[in-house]
Design a protein around this ligand. Structure first.
Ligand code: ADP
Length: 660
């Protein structure tokens, strides 16, 4: 048995913060590592010691085994916790930590290697009589034949794949060859291993997983299951425990299969065995040999701190409870908040956060590394935080989730919060009838996640009520407001879209609207630096706001908007917004998000047509084409390939004049 006195977390963001919290309770000293981009992250502030990683790319920083081990040695840490992602499932890292004489809070390198190869893990499951989805291995010709025999659709998977990468669905023989090759290419690029296999694609399965704890003394327990069927593009977004509508017999069968698999490989650590489920039939999917993003829901229903158990196991202590001691108490649901814009096809939305006020309360956990303000960097995963709620019943938890999401204030960047509120409010989710395609299905049946008219009106009124800015006397948004107050119309940009807002001015605290002879009164009840309370015909609404560069960011019940006076942006931008097919005058093409310019397709002096790609901006590992909104000439290019640009940074100037 070995004592751990000081631990380095080889990770960043919310999971590092979460691990530190338990270590603090256990009296273990904490060490953070961080990249330059993470300088202001809470995970850096909350550690007892912090070390800057040299370099900027991922492989130079959070994936740099040598550098991380050197730091751990230097600060005399006796253990390393890998978190999830990054090096957490890299057997070379587990081995390097052990060879450096430190404790790796995880399983052996051998167990990681075995379970890290999905093909081998499948074979192991088959050998133990654990069901797997019908599948096949082999060379290209063999796989093509077997896919035909099995019948389409077929899923092509990279043996080393993970995180939704290295996975494609072939709907017919026609596209099988091409998809096979592209999966191999992607697998080679991302995982350095082009090995693939195929599986029958199940229609609308559920994803249910078992949380395990296994110690060095042969004890393996489960913290029961989690339902993770609410996914977008095969990535989890809402998870819960226990799984709704699960039979006792299915729960037992999943637990038995999970324990059998972990036992066979002498697993120790917390771990998760994932299954696909159709009715009462289940299929082994993969094992994750690390802590998972969604672990808090299991903690909330069992009262067990999984990170603490990981630490005890790593120190060689036997589990201090038995299966019978673990009871399910109530229901827990987690929602992942991502920096992406649901109104724009989930485009990544990294950038500066001006105001962050997560909800708080009993039975509510918000896991995040973002302080009151800060930045969501385009370099990393777009997850901002996790909202985890607990209730006596599933319905109480669900209602609490919706309420918490409505009270989650985050201004400056777009998030998927409105989308999560919608999802959690659907009858399908309320009834617990989810499957892995439900989210996509709901999305298709919903037109958009744009604001409704009433919400726009409230935002517009809030803008007119908001506190005057003291700086910049001339040309400030607030001066303009004073001017409009005399007028029944305000020309505003809501989320950069022009609207004309008709209203009546009574006094600075009382405005009204009239639609179809229905009068609505808006009264300012209270105004502080960041909050407005507005009485709308007897109902008081709370809005949060933050003014910045002539624009005001608002939050109301989970929905955000950025508003400015239309005149403030100037004619060119307005014209660009209106997407005139032929440009008049000049227009500045700005970066729609923080990112890296990976390719510039045009040269100064060239002409472009509406829709032509001007340049490609990479943000959060996604390439985004920036195209011309009108026919124009390239007057000036202000960026170079490889440049990192801020949100709204000017990149290219377009003009209607021929260039010589
Ligand atoms: P990753 O390791 O990239 O997360 P997984 O193998 O865990 O990939 O699968 C992720 C998700 O992909 C599953 O939760 C499920 O939604 C979908 N999926 C995987 N295999 C199949 C299959 N054979 N049939 C239908 N859906 C599948």
């Amino acid at each position: 048995m070995k004592q751990i006195n000081k631990l380095l977390v080889a990770n960043r963001g919310e999971i590092a913060v979460r691990i530190f919290r338990t270590l603090n309770r256990m009296g273990i000293a904490t060490v953070a590592i961080y990249s330059e981009a993470d300088r202001h992250s809470l995970h850096v502030q909350q550690a007892d010691e912090r070390y800057l990683l040299q370099g900027s790319s991922l492989s130079e920083t959070y994936l740099n085994i040598d550098q991380i081990i050197a730091i751990a040695r230097e600060c005399e840490a006796d253990a390393i916790h890998p978190g999830y992602g990054f090096l957490s499932e890299n057997p070379l890292f587990a081995r390097a930590v052990a060879e450096a004489g430190m404790i790796f809070v995880g399983p052996t390198a051998e167990a990681i290697s075995l379970m890290g190869n999905k093909k081998e893990a499948r074979a192991l499951a088959v050998s133990l009589g654990v069901p797997v989805v019908e599948g096949a291995v082999g060379n290209t010709a063999e796989l093509t034949d077997k896919a035909g025999e099995m019948g389409y659709p077929v899923m092509i998977k990279a043996a080393s794949g993970g995180g939704g990468k290295g996975m494609r669905i072939a709907w017919s023989e026609k596209d099988f060859r091409e998809l096979l090759e592209s999966t191999q290419r992607e697998a080679k690029n991302y995982f350095g291993n082009d090995e693939v296999y195929i599986e029958k694609y199940l229609a609308d399965p559920r994803h249910i997983e078992i949380q395990l704890l296994a110690d060095h003394h042969g004890h393996i327990l489960t913290l029961y299951e989690r339902e993770c069927s609410m996914q977008r593009r095969h990535q989890k977004i809402i998870e819960e425990a226990p799984a709704p509508n699960i039979s006792g017999s299915l729960r037992n069968k999943l637990s038995e299969a999970a324990i059998k698999l972990a036992g066979q490989i002498g697993y120790r650590n917390a771990g998760t065995i994932e299954f696909l489920v159709k009715g009462d039939q289940f299929y082994f999917l993969e094992m994750n040999t690390r802590i998972q993003v969604e672990h808090p829901v299991s903690e909330m229903i069992t009262g067990i701190d999984i990170v603490r158990e990981q630490m005890m196991i790593a120190m060689g202590k036997p589990l201090s409870f038995t299966q019978n001691d673990i009871k399910i108490n109530g229901h827990a649901i987690e929602a992942r908040i991502y920096a992406e814009d649901p109104a724009k096809g989930f485009l990544p939305s990294p950038g500066k956060v001006h105001f962050h006020k997560p909800p708080s309360g009993k039975g509510l956990r918000v896991e995040t590394a973002l302080g009151d303000h800060g930045e969501i960097s385009a370099m990393y995963d777009p997850m901002v935080s996790k909202v985890v709620v607990h209730g006596a019943t599933r319905e109480t938890a669900r209602k609490k989730l919706v309420k918490s999401l409505r009270h989650y204030v985050l201004l400056g960047i777009e998030t998927n919060i409105p989308f999560l509120i919608d999802l959690a409010g659907t009858s399908e989710f309320a009834e617990g009838n989810s499957n892995t395609n439900l989210v996509e299905h709901l999305q298709q049946n919903k037109k958009s996640f744009q604001h409704d008219i009433l919400q726009k009106e409230l935002f517009a009124m809030a803008f007119l009520f908001a506190k005057p800015e003291k700086t910049r006397a001339e040309n400030s948004t607030w001066q303009n407001i004073g001017y409009w107050r005399l007028l029944p119309d305000a020309h505003l940009l809501i989320n950069r879209e022009p609207i004309t807002h008709h209203y009546f001015y009574h006094n600075p605290h009382h405005l009204s609207t009239e639609n179809n002879h229905m009068r609505k009164d808006y009264r300012l009840v209270e105004r502080s630096d960041d909050t407005l309370r507005i009485d709308v015909s007897g109902n008081v609404h709370t809005l949060y706001y933050h003014a910045r560069n002539g624009e005001v960011y608002f939050h109301h019940e989970g929905v955000t908007a950025v508003i400015s006076h239309a005149r403030h942006l100037g004619r060119e931008t307005l014209r660009a917004i209106n997407e005139n097919p032929v440009l008049e005058g000049e227009s500045i093409v700005r970066a729609p998000m923080h990112g890296t310019v990976v390719k510039i397709n045009v040269k100064e002096g060239e002409s472009v047509a509406k829709g032509d790609t001007l340049l490609v901006l990479e943000s959060m590992k996604m390439e985004n084409k920036i195209s011309a909104t009108a026919q124009a000439f390239i007057k000036q290019i202000d960026v170079n390939q490889g440049d990192i640009v801020e949100n709204d940074a000017p990149m290219i100037i377009l003009t209607d004049k021929i260039m010589h």
